[in-house]
Design a protein around this ligand. Structure first.
Ligand SMILES: Nc1ncnc2c1ncn2[C@@H]1O[C@H](COP(=O)(O)OP(=O)(O)OP(=O)(O)O)[C@@H](O)[C@H]1O
Ligand SMILES: [Mg+2]
Length: 604
């Protein structure tokens, strides 16, 4: 009898499975899981391997001395990295919009009129609709009194734009309430004597007229051509509580397409080039056409070039190889939006710019894992061998899920890559590795919400949201309400929180629950539904996804509270039964590769 251990070094976690071998019989005793140390396939991994092994030993009361063999996954075939570039830029060449979100605008509703400094509004304007411009030298009491007098005189003041934070103060003193936008820093840039529209929505709501191109067209009598022109403007205003749009004679908001460059894909038999600004669909179909791909590189001197070269350089440094030897063998591109400061804005406006996110996968050198193995052997003084291919091991492990049998396909959804494999009735296994998995979802959430904080984005990905509506109740993101007997922390009152491990963690970000939830769900779909289908098509013996009947979902991302459901739904269209794995009936979707590594051991 002897003890062996299978260890799976992943991009994110290092998992181990300790087993007892008695002739033909391999019996699993325990498992361990820790964070991977260093980049997958480098000697920095050894620390994590040791810790993971230690955990597994602790879990069944054995010691390192009793272990006679360690089996690690072969060749760490893939390393993933992610990058993102914007491909549009919104530029205001004349002052035509103020889309900022002052914290306390005044009044509610829509006002349309001619923009005039309050001191210039006179008797001549009786019967005219006017939007008053109030600069910082005008006291709020004076402003309110002046507006009240003008209205009495018969001037129709329909709204106001204020430089200081005075909207509420002014509005409280008005006989007839109007929408007011304040904190407009550069009020001097607001063009005078131009048709202007203002919209302020109720607290907790967002504007609907000025964020809709046809809404703007209605207010300003625009032609279809003009409506097309203001499209980027209305898009930039989506999600705001208040906004101003001003029509100037040649007023212009331009959405400029940044020349993002081309991706060049070299396949074994085909070559394709595709412009990055054509979007993810065209990129993905070019990659499909070139399968199997030898390398992908971007046009030098462009964003696309920069994006892929960055991946290549990082990979070269981390794996101690020459940049020339780094080949990108798969790429997942997704369309996204990222908030960017508008060039030429008046109040620090942000626009959601189009962007492309990519996950790239690099084939690691086969020798790398051998090196890790020999390093490990030296350090621990235990025999170490490189066991089977990751995806093959994953399927052997997955077959321990109760209720599964051959033929079977699996999707291993990790941090850096989505791997798929299939085993036929007679036991033949084929597999593939695709770029893009959990890390990419996290990056998309991070960028689209403008967080700049990977760990926070990771939490937003993993946990559901709620809004603390009173000190005794919260509203979950699905609309249901939960009451509490004891008072909640006043510090989280009226905040959006993530429900993490029984705690409420407040989010310090703008935006409502719907928006955050949408971004989160879309990011998951864009990565995992796309990759799930791509992977299964590739491993299907007939290249037809419909010829696969059963799929087991494993890997850390299969723990997600919504990803498995999304994949199950999308695969149901093809008549495929899919569900989360439960390795050895106890591990859930975790530990598949490590389990496969120990179970596939044969003495001799
Ligand atoms: N509870 C959870 N909900 C959602 N995602 C999760 C959860 N736990 C872990 N993840 C995600 O799972 C991923 C890690 O999965 P896993 O440990 O299988 O990867 P890995 O095997 O180390 O990576 P790879 O297979 O790419 O080398 C991370 O992206 C992480 O965010
Ligand atoms: Mg993995």
């Amino acid at each position: 009898m002897k003890l062996i251990v299978g260890i799976d070094i992943g991009n994110a976690t290092t998992e181990s499975t300790l087993a007892q071998v008695d002739g033909e019989k391999v019996q699993v005793l325990s498992s361990g899981i820790v964070k991977t140390t260093g980049i997958k396939g480098t000697k920095e991994n050894i620390k994590g391997v040791f810790k993971s092994l230690q955990k597994a030993l602790e879990n069944c009361g054995k010691t390192l001395e009793e272990v006679s063999l360690i089996r690690i996954n072969e060749a760490a075939p893939v390393i993933g990295d992610v990058a993102m570039e914007t491909i549009t830029e919104t530029i205001i060449t004349e002052s035509t919009m103020i889309g900022h979100n002052p914290s306390t605008p005044g009044g509610i509703g829509i006002g349309v009129g001619i923009s005039l400094p309050i001191e210039d509004i006179k008797k001549d304007h009786v019967g005219v609709e006017v939007i008053a411009l109030i600069n910082k030298d005008v006291d709020f009491q004076v402003a309110a009194r002046t507006i009240n007098n003008l209205v009495k005189m018969g001037v129709n003041i329909t709204g106001a734009i204020v430089q200081k934070d005075d909207a509420v103060l002014i509005n409280n003193r008005l006989d007839r309430k109007i929408p007011i936008i304040d904190e407009v820093l550069h009020i001097e840039k607001v063009p005078v004597n131009m048709k202007t529209a203002i919209e302020v929505s109720e607290k907790g709501k967002v504007i609907s007229m000025l964020s809709n191109p046809y809404g703007i067209a209605t207010l300003f009598d625009l032609t279809p051509e003009e409506t097309k022109m203001i499209m980027p403007l209305s898009r930039a205003l989506i999600g705001n509580r208040s906004a101003v749009v001003i029509k100037t004679p040649k007023g212009d908001v331009k959405s400029k397409i940044i020349p993002a460059g081309e991706l060049n894909i070299t396949g074994e038999s085909k070559k394709r080039s595709v412009r990055v600004d054509r979007g993810s669909k065209e990129i993905m179909s070019a990659i499909k056409a070139c399968h199997p791909v030898n390398d992908i590189y971007g046009e030098t001197g462009t964003n696309a070039g920069g994006m892929l070269e960055k991946v290549r350089v990082v990979m070269a440094q981390l794996t101690d190889q020459n940049v020339k030897n780094i080949k990108i063998q798969d790429l997942l591109a997704v369309d996204t939006f990222v908030p960017q400061k508008v060039v030429g804005g008046m109040a620090g406006e942000f626009a959601m710019e189009n962007a492309i996110g990519v996950a790239a996968m690099v084939k690691a050198d086969k020798l790398q894992m051998k090196m890790v193995a020999s390093n490990l052997e030296e350090k621990l003084d235990i025999a170490v061998e490189v066991g089977g291919v990751e995806a093959e091991m994953a399927i052997i492990g997955s077959l321990t899920t109760p209720g599964t049998t051959k033929p079977l396909a699996i999707l291993d959804m990790g941090a850096g890559s989505t791997d798929a494999s299939i085993i036929t009735k007679s036991g033949e296994i084929s597999s593939c590795h695709l770029a893009g998995a959990g890390n990419m979802v996290t990056m998309l959430i991070d960028r689209e919400l403008g967080l700049g904080d990977f760990d926070l984005a990771e939490d937003i990905k993993k946990y559901p949201l709620a809004k603390v509506e009173s000190l005794f109740h919260i509203r979950h993101e699905d609309g249901s309400v939960q009451f509490f007997d004891t008072q909640l922390d006043p510090g989280i009152f009226a905040r959006i929180v993530i429900l993490k491990d029984g705690e409420m963690q407040p989010l310090e970000i703008d935006g409502n629950i719907e928006k955050i939830k949408n971004i989160r769900r879309e990011a998951k779909k864009k990565v995992f539904v796309e990759n799930g289908i791509r992977a299964l098509v590739r491993i299907s013996p007939t290249s037809n996804i419909r010829d696969i009947d059963y799929v087991v979902l494993v890997g850390g991302s299969a723990l997600d509270f919504e990803i498995p459901q999304m994949i199950t739904d999308s695969l149901a269209h093809y008549g495929i039964v899919a569900g989360r794995g439960n390795i050895r009936g106890v591990e859930g979707p975790r530990n598949a590769v490590a389990t496969g590594l120990s179970l596939s051991y044969r003495e001799g």
